[in-house]
Design a protein around this ligand. Structure first.
Ligand SMILES: Cc1ncc(COP(=O)(O)O)c(C=O)c1O
Length: 386
């Protein structure tokens, strides 16, 4: 069935964070796409609202079973319903993990540049943030990120208890391959770390790539792994907050649930309906979405290559986020401010993504092609007037 990704409803004045924060600037920032969610999700939501009572939600068994079936089909991962812990958001999950593992002053390791809540969660829970920078290698003029296993291991100290992995990685768009995951798993095993693998973007692999959940590598990594997933990015329902953790080791799961007590609300009843409908009936839409996103990605990287050779970009393997190195672009000051003020285009400021992010911006291409064209034209005009 053909889906229309070329048009988007007008989002100004709809209490959208993306469209409100920067006023009239064209928003190509936060990870929220300008696409209407699949029709079965909307139907499920209409039906839920039509019932008229919006009381506390209780995750239906059907949803948990659907998630388990999906993990088995897509990733060959045998997960049982009791191993799923429903959550009202992934950032909430990151904070719960930091709260659950270790004690005040213990270290939490992350690879930067990274989605900013990874940097904030340890401190929010009185843990110590440790960072290891990913290394960017030029690859045919593009930016390609890898991690350096030696540098990663060197960042671990005697009080490090937790490693938080972003897989696929936001903002660098990498989907880590089995060999890389093995190396990461080995480090966690040798240093006896719990690992939290944020796999929120796992359904958004481009060009037919296949996601491998970290926990599927071996029974040993599975027992020390907390995986976070959600239908929110995949089906563009991030405002509903439906998400979940997969924790196979019973004691680890108990610690996680204990850390949730009293502070984590139940998943709301609309999110439950939307998640179930999305997972059951959204995959045709998802297949076409991925084709559209890959074409948008190609358009962005081709545009940058042809018109702005002084800016280097990643070629994302997953996500709808491109990561642009503007350090040689002759921009005075912060490129996020430059594009906001001179182009009226709102991008994410790379500096917020931690070490290795300064001088970069993140561009969200999860939007109709016409919006992307307008954004790039505005950016081009600003660059021409430097
Ligand atoms: C890696 C990653 N984790 C978590 C989130 C946010 O999750 P939530 O909105 O469910 O808190 C995002 C959103 O961009 C993300 O990129």
């Amino acid at each position: 069935m053909p889906y229309d990704f070329d048009h988007s409803p007008f989002r100004h004045g709809t209490d959208s964070l993306k469209w409100q924060r920067y006023g009239t600037a064209l928003p190509l920032w936060v990870a929220d796409m300008d696409f209407i969610t699949p029709e079965p999700v909307l139907t499920a939501l209409h039906q839920r609202v039509a019932h008229g009572i919006l009381g506390y939600g209780a995750p239906p068994e059907e949803l948990t079973e659907t998630i388990c079936a999906r993990l088995a089909t897509r990733y060959d991962w045998a997960v049982t319903p009791e191993q799923i812990v429903h959550l009202p958001g992934l950032v909430c999950g990151l904070n719960v993990v930091c709260r659950a593992i270790g004690g005040p002053g213990d270290g939490v390791l992350v690879q930067t540049p990274v989605y900013p809540p990874f940097l904030a969660a340890p401190g929010n829970q009185e843990r110590r943030l440790l960072t290891a920078e990913l290394t960017a290698e030029p690859d045919n003029g593009w930016l390609y990120y890898r991690f350096d296993a030696t540098a990663l291991a060197a960042a671990i100290d005697s009080r490090t208890r937790l490693f938080i992995l972003c897989h696929p990685h936001n903002p660098v768009g990498r989907t880590f391959g089995i060999e890389e995951l093995r190396q990461l798993a080995e480090i966690c095993e040798q240093r006896d770390l719990i690992v939290c693998s944020d796999e929120i973007h796992c359904d958004l692999l481009l060009d037919g790539r296949r996601h491998t959940p970290l926990a599927t590598l071996s029974p040993d990594i599975a027992r020390r792994c907390i995986t976070l997933m959600a239908p929110s990015k995949t089906f563009n329902i991030p405002g509903l907050g439906a998400s979940f953790a997969i924790i196979q080791h019973p004691e680890l799961r108990q610690r996680f649930k204990q850390a949730m007590r009293g502070i984590v609300p139940d998943v709301n009843i609309l999110a439950l309906s939307a998640a179930l409908a999305a997972y059951r009936h959204g995959d045709d839409w998802l297949r076409e979405l991925l084709v559209y996103l890959a074409a948008n990605r190609d358009f962005v990287v081709d545009h940058i290559n042809r018109h702005w050779p002084e800016i280097r970009t990643t070629v994302p393997e997953a996500t709808y986020l491109a990561w642009l190195d503007c350090r040689d672009a002759g921009i005075t000051g912060n490129p996020h401010h430059f594009f906001l003020e001179r182009a009226e285009v709102a991008l994410n400021d790379g500096a917020a993504f931690g070490p290795g992010g300064e001088g970069f911006v993140r561009l969200n291409f999860g939007c109709p092609r016409a919006t992307l064209v307008e954004g790039l034209e505005r950016m081009g005009a600003a660059l021409a007037s430097r």
